[in-house]
Design a protein around this ligand. Structure first.
Ligand code: ASP
Length: 300
């Protein structure tokens, strides 16, 4: 199951934009399913799916990332393996094409869970990851969005900004044939954010979480709302304590987000039995899912 961000999505009224988004979601889901069908793990699957979405400039992650108040790209990403609760995350990184891959490296090759900024980049380059020029990221639309947010003196979710063909933060959750769960989330954050601001996406338990005994969750929306409610872990705990399935746990999570902080955004999740659920408090959330057999389902 994958998402491409939550928000107003006013631009989805435009058919060309909707088709472009559907194509990307469909291709990514089919690719992800293929990995699982070939015996790949849930962890491998979410890393590949998020990499594909980071490489697509319509999403607010990787090459399509939004700009901070200084006109710079600073990205966050997190990944977690439900089999053993290992996790990796990077925050405030620039000049990296695929932050989710750097997060996976942190998980696999360091004794830490999270690295930030320059230290994270140095860690990646030491292990052979290439850095990439600034102009790989900066697009004209992103500059227009930044100026619009600055004119209003506010921060904005990607989907709330004036954009014709730009979507949001990305995330993936997967359940493999061995019953393994994994989750990954990657983002450029919110438009016109303070330099150095970190959102929920790389925070284990807020924007990303996976535990084979409960569920895998990826979130999108105003990160501060998700950090204050530690929403992904709250949903997992609800399953742990009550034995609920994905639908009930999702309902709990969305109610909790709304009731506690009037939170703006949404989540996708798969539970320990492979049931999917999604919900959001914004007008829309781009998301889709695919099963062992059958077609891709996607929606807003
Ligand atoms: N959650 C992300 C953040 O706050 C933004 C998003 O999901 O669009 O950084």
């Amino acid at each position: 199951m994958i998402h491409g961000g939550a928000g107003d999505l006013a631009s989805i009224k435009n058919n060309r934009t909707a088709i472009r988004y559907l194509e990307s979601i469909r291709t990514t889901l089919e690719y992800g399913r293929e990995i699982l069908a070939m015996g790949g793990s849930a962890l491998e699957c979410v890393e590949v799916c998020v990499t594909l979405l980071e490489d697509d400039p319509v999403f607010n992650a990787g090459c399509g990332s939004v700009l901070n108040a200084q006109g710079k790209v600073e990205m966050d990403a997190g990944i977690m393996n439900g089999a053993d609760l290992t996790a990796g995350a990077v925050a405030s990184v620039s000049n990296i094409a695929n932050p989710v891959q750097l997060a996976r490296l942190v998980m696999a090759e360091s004794e830490h869970v999270m690295l930030v900024g320059k230290g994270a980049i140095e860690f990646g380059t030491k292990l052979g990851m290439k850095t990439i020029e600034d102009n790989y990221f900066h697009t004209e639309t992103r500059l227009k969005q930044l100026h619009a947010a600055q004119d209003k003196n506010t921060t904005l979710l990607d989907h709330e900004a004036l954009a014709d063909d730009k979507f949001g933060t990305v995330g993936a959750v997967a359940w493999d044939y061995g019953g393994g769960l994994a989750a990954a989330t990657s983002t450029g954050g919110i438009i016109n954010k303070q330099a150095g601001r970190v959102g929920d996406s790389p925070i284990i338990g807020a924007g990303v979480y996976a535990d084979n005994e409960t569920c895998a969750v990826s979130a999108t929306g105003y990160g501060e709302d998700f950090m204050r409610t530690v929403i992904a872990k709250a949903i997992a705990d609800y399953i742990e304590i009550t034995g609920a399935d994905a639908t009930a746990a999702l309902r709990f999570g969305i109610d909790y987000l709304r009731r506690k902080v009037n939170g703006r955004g949404g989540v996708i999740m798969i539970d320990r039995k492979g049931y999917c659920a999604s919900g959001f408090t914004t007008k829309k959330m781009i998301h889709g899912w695919i099963e062992h057999g059958g077609e891709v389902s996607c929606g807003f």
